[in-house]
Design a binder for this molecule. Structure first.
Ligand SMILES: Nc1ncnc2c1ncn2[C@@H]1O[C@H](COP(=O)(O)OP(=O)(O)O)[C@@H](O)[C@H]1O
Ligand SMILES: [Mg+2]
Length: 373
């Protein structure tokens, strides 16, 4: 059975086919070869991740990079410096602009993760809570009156014209979303390999475009949660947005290929390659971070008289910028001791002391370098 595409991309595509899609649309040697590669890379990452001491700490630092990249896909840009500084302040509500939006994305990552731990299945409320967190809004699925469409970017002659117009009308978006949710939750009724399901699910979510904004980001957060939810990873550590940002034209043409021509193969190969490349990159990054942490701990133990070196080094690896306050509020040291130790590490060139707007920050140079790679 062929895939019905929108005959006119300027009108809402209420005929968007529901899931599952016909297997003949993607069961090819190329897709399955790439599926094998993606699975192998993901399995290696999962194997490595269980050996990481203090996973929360690592996820904390790499999830900031995901928030930055996923927001950048939507032209919301921050520099590492702005972002880390904002994050080290820990008062998101008082921030504004891009840094705030990026940190909101990161909050949404954790909120969704906790939500799924409690509820165990995807549902409409899950998607709405992600959207609300990212956009700081209290509404939900867009109303039939909101005439959104996906515009072509750039400055060429097609800029601003519609790539695709998502479905619209009373109850239509809700029904399509309910179908998508059933497809991702119910593996008995819809036995499709989980990595293919993630790719199909992401595309379908973008094609439904249930919200007035934030759909790209919500759909990328879904990808991460899907992998942990289905037990492919124990922790949310596979962050695809950097790959998508680096291959953004292919991302857009891959999505449009499905909605305009029903080309699921190109899309699925794209997303499986993203999984493979990102799993390998994350594997290397995790090793680099663990090695950096171990060697810094060794140096601190060998070359200083710092008390509780392990707690201190752990704290230095939760984020690139540390403030005295982080060490006192987490109860590791009293204020004077914390300041003395951080200054000492700055003298040892493990940290770099920076003064910004009257505050002292201590930058973990190795962590900063690894995260920015
Ligand atoms: N042709 C297309 N068909 C379906 N979805 C698309 C298409 N082109 C882009 N998209 C999706 O739309 C997203 C942008 O939607 P938007 O609601 O503005 O999300 P955000 O606010 O997170 O940017 C892109 O990131 C992409 O995932
Ligand atoms: Mg947007």
């Amino acid at each position: 059975m062929p895939y019905q595409v929108n005959p006119d991309r300027n009108i809402p595509w209420n005929g968007l086919p529901e899931l599952p899609i016909d297997k003949t649309l993607y069961e090819t040697v190329e897709v399955y070869a790439q599926l094998g590669n993606a699975k192998a890379a993901l399995g290696r990452l999962q194997g490595r991740s269980i050996a990481i001491p203090n996973q929360g700490l690592l996820i904390n630092s790499i999830s900031l990079q995901e928030a930055k990249a996923s927001s950048a896909i939507e032209n919301i840009f921050t520099t590492d410096d702005e972002l880390y500084k904002a994050f080290s302040e820990q008062r998101i509500e008082q921030l504004h602009g891009a840094s705030k939006e990026v940190l909101k994305y990161r909050e949404a990552l954790w909120k969704g993760y906790d939500y799924l731990k409690r509820n165990d299945t995807f549902d409409e409320a899950y998607f709405i809570s992600i959207y609300r967190e990212i956009k700081e809004l209290n509404d939900g699925i867009r109303l039939p009156s909101s005439g959104i469409y996906i515009k072509q970017g750039g400055s060429g002659s097609n800029a601003g014209k519609a790539f695709y117009t998502p479905p619209r009308g009373p109850g239509i978006v809700e029904a399509k979303l309910a179908n998508l949710i059933e497809f991702v939750n119910d593996d008995k009724q819809f036995p499709v390999d989980p990595l293919l399901k993630m790719g199909i699910g992401h595309l379908q979510f973008e094609a439904i475009h249930p919200f007035t904004d934030g759909n790209g980001r919500a759909g990328r957060i879904f990808n991460i949660h899907y992998l942990t939810q289905k037990g492919l990873l124990d922790y949310p550590i596979l962050f695809l947005s950097k790959y998508i940002m680096d291959h953004k034209d292919d991302y857009y043409s891959g999505l449009a290929g499905v909605t305009q021509r029903g080309d699921w193969k190109t899309w699925l190969i794209y997303i499986l390659k993203a999984i493979e490349a990102t799993a390998n990159l994350t594997y290397d990054k995790i090793n680099d971070i663990i090695n950096a942490k171990d060697s810094i701990l060794q140096a601190v133990v060998a070359d200083s008289n710092i008390a509780r070196p392990e707690s201190l080094v752990n704290a230095l690896f939760t984020q690139p910028y540390t403030k005295v306050k982080h060490l006192t509020t987490s109860g590791i040291y009293a204020e004077n001791t914390a300041r003395k130790y951080l200054d000492e590490l700055a003298k040892m060139r493990i940290l770099e002391k920076r003064s910004m707007e009257g505050n002292n920050y201590y930058l973990n140079l190795e962590l900063y370098r690894i995260l920015g790679e």
